[in-house]
Design a protein around this ligand. Structure first.
Ligand code: NAI
Length: 343
């Protein structure tokens, strides 16, 4: 394997020769608590790509949890989908046994390709899992909505009403975000590679369904990526005609340099890990026994955090993503300083 850039605490590579399956568990940081992060089950073009994805997403989880003020570190795991058919139950049990060896340092959750049922199975062996039936997507959507509101407020718009917002992806988060935006009077354009889904959602909320190939070049106030990772790369970033990028998709920028490119083009980028934390806040709330109102208030705080990060970036002439990373890293540094103090 070629070199993988790795600055995290633990990277565990698992291999079951009999089942013919492999997995990588990346624990990026546990300073703030056990490392929370989803279990992804997906096919990768190479093992290296799978490990790189686990590593990068784990680091993103550290930033997301820390910036949201949650008592969790960051992690991510990937189970590489084998080319051949595999006994799913045996695969999940094997993975759970590997998680169990970490003795609670890693709290696995649902991610692309895994289900609540898989997590319930993992819970039979592992000490702690984030496993509940409630869909986090409405909370993620609410956080994104508040982030968009804050970003537009930063640009001088005091209302979402009449603002033109392009939502990429009409799935769990995108459809709910579009609905909430319409409730606020925004003019919403919605695109999905599943054209039928986009059309059905758009019709039910009074939005416009548009061609997914045209989302980036649409002139609008806000582009909200709620579909897949790394939608903005060196080429696609040049086609944008929006004022703000703020959405739920993890890992929106293909490389960190794209944040600079967005700033150079006068586009305000609200860091994905700052604005899409509604789901992890929900996990924390469920573990703490919060009611809906307490959870709602906590998710609404995302808007205040986005506003504060944008103000800091302007004051310090830095990028919003740098200010957001500083917010997360300060929380981690403060905890380290506390832990280092003599009892
Ligand atoms: P989902 O799978 O329900 O929806 C994604 C939608 O995007 C699907 O309808 C799919 O057809 C569509 N899509 C895929 N490629 C597309 C393209 N090129 N153009 C337009 N549409 C495309 O996923 P979900 O749960 O709504 O999540 C959306 C994004 O937000 C993902 O990147 C996810 O990792 C991220 N996210 C989701 C959270 C949640 O609470 N569900 C929490 C934090 C992040």
């Amino acid at each position: 394997m070629h070199e993988v850039s790795w600055a995290g605490e633990r990277l565990i590579l698992c291999n079951d020769r009999e089942l013919g399956v492999r997995a990588a568990i990346a624990i990026d940081d546990t300073t703030l608590g056990p490392a929370l992060g989803g279990v992804r089950f997906a096919a990768y073009e190479s093992e290296r790509r799978a490990v790189e994805e686990a590593v990068r997403l784990a680091a993103g989880m550290t930033l997301k949890n820390a910036a949201a003020g949650l008592p969790f570190g960051g992690a991510k795991s990937v189970i590489l989908k084998p080319g051949n058919a595999v006994d799913r139950a045996a695969l999940i049990r094997w993975f759970a046994a590997n998680v169990a060896l970490l003795d609670g340092a890693y709290i696995p959750g649902v991610d692309v390709g895994t289900s609540v049922a898989d997590l319930a199975e993992i819970a039979n062996l592992a000490r702690d899992v984030a496993c509940h039936e409630e869909d986090p997507s409405p909370w993620t959507a609410l956080g994104v909505l508040e982030g968009i509101r804050a970003a537009l407020g930063f640009l001088g718009y005091d209302s979402l009403s009449g603002r033109r917002i392009v939502v990429q992806g009409a799935g769990h988060v995108g459809a709910e975000l579009a609905r909430q935006l319409r409730q606020e009077g925004a003019a919403v354009q919605l695109a999905d590679i599943d054209a039928g889904r986009a059309a059905a959602v758009a019709a039910s909320i009074g939005a416009e369904a548009i061609d997914p190939a045209q989302v980036l070049g649409r002139e609008c106030d806000v582009f909200a990526p709620c579909a897949m990772a790394r939608v903005l790369d060196a080429d696609s970033v040049r086609t944008l005609r929006c004022k703000v990028v703020a959405g739920a998709a993890n890992d929106t920028l293909a490389t960190p340099e794209i944040a600079q490119e967005l700033a150079a083009r006068g586009i305000l980028y609200v860091p994905d890990f700052l604005v899409n934390a509604g789901g992890v806040i929900q996990i924390h709330g469920l573990r703490e026994g919060w009611g809906d109102e307490q959870l709602r208030l906590a998710v609404l705080q995302i808007g205040a955090r986005v506003g504060a990060v944008l103000d800091t970036a302007r004051r310090e002439s830095s990028l919003p993503v740098e200010a957001a990373e500083a917010l997360a890293n300060e929380a981690i540094a403060a905890r380290r300083a506390l832990a280092a103090r003599p009892a």
